[in-house]
Ligand binder design. Structure first.
Ligand code: ATP
Ligand code: MG
Length: 414
């Protein structure tokens, strides 16, 4: 019967406690980004395909095999955003945001990648995103990392999540290190997976964080960047780590953590946990000083991160779903009619309440109880005629008659 109304593979219907947890992550992010004075932006869900191809890079997994691209009726090639950074950089150029730099931006919403679905990995998933565009200061990297750390703390999940940090150096450092990596991997050609042989030509740094076990020995024995770090790049990294130490944010060095594309510079990081199996990365980001230029803008240093909302929500404890303060239980038709006005008044006064629409008194009371509401407001016709209602404390079971006019004050007093 339902054969034609299946959910599309890799999409989710998020409801019940999962939806509460999801919303708690979004709300917490909004609170924290305000504390750090990040501006909220809303971005298009699709962009011209070239925005992603040019900024994320043709050789990445995202662009080479994960994008949802389509031709629209006007013949333009469009792509559902696989991440936020590219669109934000496009906006920085096309909307003239240069004049406002440095900009601290926050957004969240759905992103789309054609991946093999599994727990913690979907084709439509959701990200939080924070970026500082137009600052070359290590203080910007520090601020973003401290923000991410505070988000995890406020969600109550910072225990068991580790900040892994690396530097990719400046352009000169990166070139020297890259050449050393190519030489190393060339001498281990025979040990590499097919994917990594392709990476060796196109994107050799990516071999370092390959998840294929065949690649690990060659990846683990590859040279670290440290021997190639130019003094200036080393100084930048030291300022970032000193800032984290000053802010009390714990970090560990992971010399294998990379971003494959040329315009990534200096800081690269990931917040990881071992509580989500293979889907252990919850927040990932870094500095991408060359990206806006690659998109056709002027040279603009920038740094940012994205977090998977589903993965953060999976780590978060069950959040209590917001219980209404009171549930109205009208008995009889006249009471039902009166209840509409009463509940409207209560809600306008800012009191969260709900109404049992169905069943007899017993069923409605059971529903009021299971809602977790503090009070049931029982509206009997005789009481209503006297301008009163019964207020039942669902915890103690105590019940009292109260003038309707006094209801709002009584509930607000809590
Ligand atoms: P992974 O290594 O897990 O594929 P990634 O490097 O592709 O992650 P990013 O592009 O850095 O991930 O995206 C930032 C964050 O978005 C990740 O740290 C993760 O929390 C989340 N994420 C990425 N892909 C998915 C997905 N398919 N489903 C759910 N969350 C995802
Ligand atoms: Mg991925």
């Amino acid at each position: 019967m339902s054969r034609n109304v299946q959910r599309v593979r890799g999409t989710q219907d998020i409801w019940g406690e999962d939806a509460d947890r999801f919303q708690a992550v979004v709300d917490t992010f909004d609170t924290v980004r305000r504390l750090y004075a990040f501006q909220r932006v809303e971005m298009p869900v699709f962009e011209a395909t070239s925005v992603f191809a040019r900024s994320i890079g043709e050789t990445t997994d995202i662009v080479s095999k994960e994008m949802y691209s389509f031709e629209d009726r006007g013949g333009d090639s469009l792509t559902l955003r696989p991440e936020f950074t590219a669109g934000l950089c496009r906006a920085y150029i096309s909307e003239g945001w240069q004049q406002l730099a440095p900009l601290k931006l926050a957004t969240h919403g759905p992103v789309f990648r054609y991946e093999r679905p599994q727990k913690g990995r979907y084709r439509q998933f959701h990200q939080l995103d924070a970026e500082i565009v137009g600052s070359d200061s290590p203080a910007a990297d520090v601020e973003l990392l401290v923000l991410a750390d505070q988000l995890l703390r406020e969600l109550g999940i910072s225990d068991g999540v580790t900040l892994q940090l690396n530097t990719l150096g400046d352009a000169e450092t990166r070139e020297a290190w890259r050449a050393a990596l190519v030489a190393h991997f060339e001498s281990h050609r025979g040990d590499l997976s097919d994917d990594s042989l392709v990476r060796l030509d196109k994107n050799p740094m990516r071999i370092l964080d390959s998840k294929d076990p065949r690649d690990r020995p060659a990846a683990d024995s590859a040279p670290d960047i440290d021997a190639y770090l130019a003094p200036e790049a080393r100084g930048f990294f030291e300022k970032v780590t000193a800032g984290l130490d000053a802010a009390g944010v714990a970090w560990t060095r992971n010399a294998r953590l990379v971003r494959g594309l040329d315009y990534y510079r200096h800081t690269a990081f990931e917040f990881v946990t071992d509580r989500l199996g293979a889907q252990g990365a919850v927040i990932a980001g870094g500095r991408y000083d060359g990206l806006i230029e690659a998109l056709g803008g002027s040279h603009t240093p920038a740094v940012g991160w994205a977090a998977g909302i589903e993965r953060l929500a999976m780590l978060a404890e069950t959040v209590p779903s917001p219980a209404p303060e009171a549930v109205l239980v009208p008995l009889g038709e006249a009471a039902e009619a009166a209840a509409i006005g009463i509940i409207a008044t209560l809600r306008r006064a800012g009191i969260a309440c709900d109404m049992g629409f169905r069943g007899n008194m017993k069923r409605r009371m059971a529903k009021a109880d299971s809602s977790g509401a503090r009070y049931a407001i029982i509206l009997g016709e005789d009481e209503l005629a006297r301008g009163e209602a019964s207020l039942k404390d669902m915890k103690s079971g105590e019940q009292q008659s109260l003038a309707l006019a006094a209801l709002t004050e009584k509930l607000r007093a809590r």
